[in-house]
Design a protein around this ligand. Structure first.
Ligand code: NAI
Ligand code: SOE
Length: 392
């Protein structure tokens, strides 16, 4: 069986994760890495054992040996890089958020359709085995009708005024940060599980640290360095540290999300609770192999990830038997297994049939983010304006 050749644009925090997860499939060769310049490309391609290093992403896209392109750069570059890869006839996997706004995302959806290329946005967190199981249990009616969904995604990596990353800048990350950067993971998981999409939002957005100290020499995400006072410059922050977003869903469910990146002690604490007319399901990404199930009049229980008793469509995403934990890094192997399995079967791109989140999904997420930004400005409920149907 011919191997699929992948090229990565961006070799930072997520670039290394994509390279490793792709290699776990066994039929994908990661043959090229493009970076911001040739030195960075040579260094990172060497560290990741990737044979070709390009100092300009356009040269990677022009490489005829490459079948698929992964766009793993700061959000600002997602649109132009994804569109050029589509135009070159490459299949494209773009990291979340798909682009800076829904207008850019819509153009990527339309270009993908015109070129017929497989396209995916990396909402990997829907691939936790128990997220898949919760979706199947809800489809089977085990929770009843979902009245309420609530939760949060809390971090503290931006807690100090000396913590800096390109995500803090609207120019590089987009006008929304906490909601677009981490809130979209939660929104994708929840809409995927309950089979409904957000139709209206009421958002309270806050920038708790309005001025930060930006290192004069930037570093990749999560890289920690020992810097002195002269190594920083003051910058005004134009994106939110926090968003509390009330939600109305298409099937009548109500909800609320808190996304915040300055919560001391919370590292990557993503949690949801679904309250149905029969049962409650609760899950936290810091204990991903456990789901709490609550009932009235009966003993509450805990569902421990166990493919032997999971629904078949969920069990297929469990890579190990009960008691053997699976986590965040495994979700990348699972989403790429769906994407590359589809490419390998050569069935062509069909947004309604593929088993993975597509650019259309990414467009829906950004439509919600656009509404959140409008609500944060107006202090009112804002209906989500979807430029397309589908995606969930
Ligand atoms: P990072 O800053 O660690 O890495 C970005 C890399 O892109 C850097 O190595 C940088 O040199 C490179 N780059 C910048 N401009 C470039 C250009 N013109 N050509 C080629 N390379 C260029 O950032 P990180 O944390 O890896 O985030 C990248 C993307 O991945 C973001 O969109 C982020 O939202 C997403 N992400 C997704 C995660 C998930 O769980 N699905 C987790 C972390 C990030
Ligand atoms: C930073 O908030 C970040 O790297 C996000 O960009 C990722 O999407 C999330 O998975 C981890 O945290």
């Amino acid at each position: 069986m011919k191997k699929i050749k992948a090229g990565l644009i961006g070799g930072g925090f997520i670039g290394a994760i994509h390279a490793e997860a792709l290699r776990r499939l066994g039929y994908v060769d990661v043959i090229a890495l493009a970076e911001a310049n040739q030195d960075a490309a040579d260094t990172l391609a060497g560290q990741l054992s990737i044979p070709k290093a390009y100092g300009n992403y356009k040269d990677l896209i022009s490489d005829g040996e490459i079948d698929t392109v992964h766009v793993l750069t700061p959000n600002k570059f997602h649109f132009q890089m994804s569109r050029e890869a589509e135009e070159a006839g490459k299949h494209v996997v773009c990291e979340k958020p798909l682009s800076m706004n829904s207008i850019e995302a819509h153009e990527l959806v339309q270009t993908a359709r015109k070129k017929g290329v497989v396209n995916a946005v990396c909402h990997n967190m829907r691939y936790y085995p128990l997220v898949k199981q919760a979706r199947e249990m809800i489809k089977a009616g085990e929770a009843g009708d979902i009245r309420l969904v609530h939760g949060n995604y809390l971090q503290d990596w931006l807690f100090l005024d000396t913590d800096y990353n390109w995500r803090l800048s609207a120019e590089f990350g987009g006008k929304s940060r906490a909601v677009a950067d981490i809130g979209t993971h939660w929104l994708d998981m929840v809409q995927y599980m309950i089979g409904q999409r957000v139709v209206s939002v009421y958002a309270d957005l806050n920038t708790f640290i309005p001025v930060r100290k930006k290192p004069k020499v930037e570093a990749a995400t999560y890289v920690v360095r020992d810097l002195g006072p002269d190594d920083y410059e003051d910058v005004t922050i134009d994106t939110e540290d926090h968003g509390t977003v009330m939600l109305k869903f298409s099937g009548g469910t109500k909800g609320v999300l808190i996304a915040c990146q300055v919560c001391a002690g919370r590292k990557n604490h993503i949690e949801w609770e679904l309250n149905g007319t029969k049962k409650t399901f609760q899950w936290c990404g810091e204990k991903p192999n456990h789901m709490w199930i609550g009932e009235r009049g009966k003993v509450n229980g805990e569902f421990i990830k166990n493919p032997a008793i999971m629904y078949p469509d969920a069990a297929t995403y469990a890579g190990a038997p009960c008691g053997l934990g699976e986590g965040y890094l495994d979700t990348f192997k699972s989403i790429f297994s769906d994407i590359y399995g589809w490419i390998r079967e050569g069935k062509g791109m069909d947004e309604q049939k593929v088993p993975f989140p597509t650019f259309l999904t990414g467009l829906q997420e950004l439509s919600i983010v656009d509404a959140v930004l409008k609500s944060g400005e107006s202090g009112t409920w804002v209906d989500v304006e979807y430029l397309e149907d589908g995606g969930y």
